[in-house]
Design a protein around this ligand. Structure first.
Ligand code: ATP
Length: 366
């Protein structure tokens, strides 16, 4: 049975459609990340799951139970916000136990659950402090702990790491991954940060303008983006997308042509859609003397173990990423090769991924 299921959810604010027909289902124990650019409807969706906002249309089910009409406190979900929302006048210990004491949980039970959570999140030595005596990362852990003591059906998190610096963000991610493994509970997590999605999620829903562009595992979404939007959103730098023409070459193989590029693909068939977007990830372009892609190097950036170069190809700017040194000189001509399995094609009008059957191996003559 799905842990959290959204069935045809729509939310309008006057003339604005913030969420347009979203349907998806998570399994128990999924770490679902709602990912997308600012304004795509992530927070609106999460607030509807939490019960803080009513959908205009559609149903929300938690463990098979229709909760659409239930108030937040009857949904057995715990929400962790970006801005912690801790009680400033209470100690860490009382912040952690607050939700249980208002529910009149017995003293011993409360003590046990607060101690368990403090242990799990390394908050033991901080129990007597007030929130203002804590670092940002410690406050975030208390906010998480406060949600955890309730032992909810699912955790709902809205950009909980966005106030943390890069190092703390990375270590808190690791902590969230191990918590998720131990708790056997559904997490629903809103972010615009694709690294959060790649590192923590078991499922990702990529949203744009209130619609799901793709729903799948992080690997699916990175390796087989369903649309040009998803391809251009994931990756740092994101996938290169170049306008190209698809035609037929000798022995009816497909041939791809763009400024500075001619590529014969190991596929046969009717191109159908001649105007395409050619997608290549920066790490799949490899400097090679006789490569198919010709351009002029503009900038080379040193990232430590890797380099990222920007190369001008016709009117387009293409990113190349690889181990340092890439041996590329700004201002010089350079050529790159790409393997056929690393080529992604999207309809230029529709933005949808295009696929063809690989050309059959030549028949053996006996
Ligand atoms: P961000 O990453 O910037 O928080 P988001 O993806 O969470 O963005 P939402 O906050 O869900 O986006 O907003 C989705 C759309 O709905 C936006 O166009 C927003 O302006 C609109 N919207 C959200 N809340 C309201 C509201 N209360 N009244 C009117 N419009 C709203």
């Amino acid at each position: 049975m799905a842990a959290v299921e959204l069935d045809g959810i729509v939310r309008r604010f006057g003339d604005t459609t913030a969420v347009a027909e979203v349907s998806l289902a998570t399994e128990r124990n999924d770490f679902l990340v709602l990912l997308g650019p600012s304004g795509c409807g992530k927070t609106t969706l999460l607030r509807m799951i939490a019960g803080l906002l009513e959908p205009t249309e559609g149903r929300i089910l938690v463990d098979g139970r229709d909760v659409t009409a239930l108030p937040p406190r009857e949904r057995d979900l715990a929400m962790v916000f970006q801005n912690y929302a801790l009680y400033p006048h209470l100690s860490v210990e009382r912040n952690l136990g607050f939700g249980l004491s208002v529910r009149r949980t017995g003293k011993e039970e409360l003590r046990r659950r607060v101690d368990d959570v403090a242990d799990l999140l390394d908050l033991g030595p901080l129990l007597r402090r007030r929130p203002k005596e804590l670092s940002g990362g410690q406050r975030q852990r208390v906010a998480l702990g406060r949600a955890m003591v309730r032992e909810p059906e699912a955790f709902l998190m809205d950009e909980p790491l966005s106030n943390l610096d890069a190092k703390l963000r990375a270590s808190t991610r690791t902590r969230l991954i191990s918590l998720h493994r131990r708790l056997d509970t559904t997490f629903v997590y809103v972010t615009h940060d694709q690294i959060d999605a790649m590192t923590m999620a078991t499922k990702v829903a990529v949203l744009d303008q209130g619609r799901i562009e793709q729903f799948g595992t992080p690997v699916d979404i990175y390796d087989r983006p369903a649309t040009a939007f998803v391809a251009g959103f994931m990756g740092a730098p994101p996938m290169n997308l170049l306008p190209a023409e698809l035609g037929t070459g000798p022995d009816s193989r497909l041939v791809l042509r763009a400024a500075g590029l001619e590529l014969s693909l190991p596929h046969r068939g009717d191109p159908g859609v001649p105007d395409v977007l050619l997608g290549i990830r920066p790490e799949h372009l490899v400097p090679a003397a006789d490569g198919e892609l010709r351009g002029r190097v503009d900038i080379v950036e040193n990232l430590g173990s890797e380099e990222v170069a920007e190369v001008l190809v016709g009117d387009a700017r293409v990113s190349v990423r690889g181990p340092r040194p890439l041996e590329l000189t700004p201002g010089a001509a350079a050529t790159f090769t790409v393997r056929a399995e690393h080529i992604h094609l999207f309809g230029r009008q529709s933005g949808r991924r295009l696929t063809w059957e690989p050309a059959p191996a030549p028949a053996l003559v006996s």
